[in-house]
Design a protein around this ligand. Sequence first.
Ligand code: SAH
Ligand code: SF4
Ligand code: F3S
Length: 435
Amino acid sequence: MTAPKKLFIKTYGCQMNVYDSERMAEALALRGYEQTGEAAEADMILLNTCHIREKAAEKVYSELGRLKPLKAEKPDLKIGVAGCVAQAEGEEIVRRQPMVDLVVGPQSYHRLPEMDAALAEGHRALDTEFPAEDKFDELKRRPKAKRGPTAFLTVQEGCDKFCSFCVVPYTRGAEVSRPAERIQAEARDLVEAGVREITLLGQNVNAYHGHPGGLAGLIWALAGIDGLDRIRFTTSHPNDMDDALIAAHGDCGKLMPYLHLPVQAGSDRVLKAMNRKHTAEHYIRIIERLRAARPDLLLSSDFIVGFPGETEADFQATLDLVRTVGFGQSYSFKYSPRPGTPAAERDQVPEDEKADRLARLQALLTEQQAAAQRAMVGREVTVLFEKPGRMPGQIVGKSGHLHAVHAEGPADLIGQIAPVRIRDAAPNSLSGALI
Ligand code: SAH
Ligand code: SF4
Ligand code: F3S
C-alpha cells in the first residue's frame, strides 16, 4: 500500500469558498489525498481564491511567489489555483505561472479527480468552463465522518443581479438553485455527523427557488429535521426579502435572530449607479418589517465607500442610513475597480478621499457594534459551544445573535447548546457564566 498523498488547501474570500474547499478535499479523497495543515508536507497545494477586490486577487500571486522555493525543492509537488481568480484569470495564470499545474473554476471542481489523473500523466490541467452538468449532481454523497457542530451548506450559486461594481456574476456565473430534497438530504447527513447549526449559503441566497416556497419554504423544511437546532442564511439581497422570509424570522424558532442584509450605500443616486435597483427608503422599510416580525433581530451589512461619482453629500447619506438602522456588525470597503465591470470605467474618487470616508464610516460602525455588544451584558443567551477557549477551563461558542461567547465550563459541553448569563463585553466577544 502506498502512503496517502497529502493535500493542503488555503481558502480566501467568502463562506462559499470555505464550503467549496471542503467539497474539493472530498473529491480529491477519491484519488487518495488526505488533508494536512502543513503546506511543507503536501503533495498538492490548492489556493482557493477570491477576486472581489484588487487586494484579494493580488494575494494569489504573492502566495505563489512564496511557494516557489517549495516547488523548486520538491518538483513533484502539484500547485493548483481554484476559486474566483482561477475563473477570472485562469488562462493568464497558466501562461504566466509555469509553476502552476492546475487551474479550476468554482463550477468545475467536481472534475478534480480527472484533472489529478491528467497531472499524474505529466499534463497541466485548466478547467474554467461553466459546464452544462451541475457539479452537485456529479459530486459524491458527503462522508458522514464526525465533524464540528456548525456547517455551511451551499443552496444557491451565482448571481444575476449585476451590481455595477461586482465580479461575482462573471466568476460564479448565472443563478442556480439546488433542489430542496438534495439539500434536505445533505442537511440530514450533516446532522448525523454531529452538526447542530447550518448556515445556508448563496451569493444571493434569498433568490433561492429550489423549493416552491422559496428560501422560506426551504428553511421550514429544514426546521423539521430533528437534531438540527439552528438555521442561518447568507448573503441576501434586499429586493429578494419576500413576505414569507420576513415572517419566518418571527415564526420559525430555529431561524436565528441575525441577518446579513447588505445595503452598500445610503444615497439613492449612488444606489442607482451601483445598479442595486432599490432606494435607501425601501431598505429602511424592509428593516422595519423585519424588526416588527423579530424585534431583537441583529442586523449586519456591507458598505462600499468611494464608489465612482460618490460626493461628500452622498457619503453623508450613508452615515445617515447607518444611524437610522443601527447595525450590530458590519463590513466596509473602499471601492476597488474590477476589470470587466461597468463601474471600473467611470471617473474614480481619489484614494485619500476613499480612505478618509472609510475611516469615518468605520468609526460609526464600530461604535454601533460596541453598543450592541454592551446591550447584551446582563442578558441570558443560548450558546452553541464550538471549541475550547484560549484559557484553561474555558469554552467558546456563538449566541443566537452570532456573538462569540466565552464561558468557564466543561469540555463535554462542546457541541451542546447551553444558557449563559452575559457578564462582560469586549470589542469582539462576550463573556459570561453558565446558568
Ligand atoms: N452577494 C453579496 C455579496 C458579494 S461580495 C451581496 O450581494 O451582498 C461581498 C461584498 O464585497 C459586497 O457586499 C460588497 O460590499 C463588497 N464588494 C463587492 N465588489 C466590490 C468592489 N469592487 N469594491 C469594493 N467592495 C466590493
Ligand atoms: Fe455582486 Fe450584487 Fe450579485 Fe451581490 S447581488 S453578488 S454584490 S452582483
Ligand atoms: Fe470572493 Fe468569489 Fe466569494 S470573488 S467573495 S470568493 S464569490
